[in-house]
Write a protein that binds this ligand. Sequence first.
Ligand code: PLP
Length: 359
Amino acid sequence: MNSGKSGRNDGWAVETTAVHAGEHVDPATRASSPNLVMSVTFAPTELTGFSARDEKDYEGFVYARVGSPTVRQLEEKLAALEGAEAALCYASGIGAVHALIAGRLSQGDHLLMADTNYVAAAELARDTLPRFGIETSFVDTSHAEEVAAAIRPNTRMLWLETPANPTMRLCDIALLSKLAHAKGVRDVVVDSTFASPIGTNPIALGADFVVHSLTKYIGGHGDAMGGAVIGRKRDLDALNLEASVHFGGVLSPFNAWLILRGAATLPLRMRAHEELALAVARHLEAHPAVKRVFYPGLASHPQHALAKQQMRNFSGMMTFQTHEPGVEAARRMVKELEVIHYAVLAWPSPEPGLLDFHR
Ligand code: PLP
């Protein structure tokens, strides 16, 4: 039963953490499962206001943009799943990406970003951040020496994504975190959406922040968007005042409640994803029309050794290339799909060399 413990996992098995962490017995109703609290305002026990300055010194709930009980329960569960001190939730994965970048970087700072990562994060960095005086450069993070060479005196943040969407390229979180910190980079961030907290815990490997699109594995049912930034309490308290109070892209309690339901089964679902993905990857690898399959759990993945070192679960995502190149072949293939369906085209014409990460 719920013990009323804090969000820390306290040596619990991950299955126990996924179900119980953050889920305190509600002192008012004694409800043991998460209550959906939709209230926007709360009745503070002390006089307080809506500004970030007012919120700083008050521990209870005041206004749902600053914090609310159902969202807080999810934040505690996510922090526990990542073995971190704290988490903050936003309305989408990209909401979390933006909150972290805009909340931590200032004019004149340099952001060093992996050259393969989720497209909207890359576009935010390339197209939007320059308007605010933040420069981004992109680097192949599967090569540590290239990362080291790309770090500048004003590099404040290194942005990693592993496995990367859509190529399934990995990077060595422990190695790059050590290297970046030694060169004066303040924040190492890992978008760990594809790995999920069941596969990898980047903070234990030396990263400062983890980002998740909760819309994917953690929510797990395709019916709720959400995002999270996970890290040290001191950093996230400061981020909350700026990114939540001033930017406002916070998660709805209803979505938090849906995602809490999903998160409880995350370890079981990830086990099933891995088992089935491996079977699909092996089937594709043996298929005469398929040229290459990129799945971290396959021995043929160019970074399989790193995958085994860094991932406890290889997840369900994979990429494959057919012998016949081009969009037409892709179009024909998706028309033949019977059970799963086509979602989006990752890029209209594949950039040459995108999948050549096994140099
Ligand atoms: N990060 C990764 C790796 C993703 O795959 C996605 C979405 O596909 C995002 C971030 C953005 O998340 P959302 O769609 O919840 O904004």
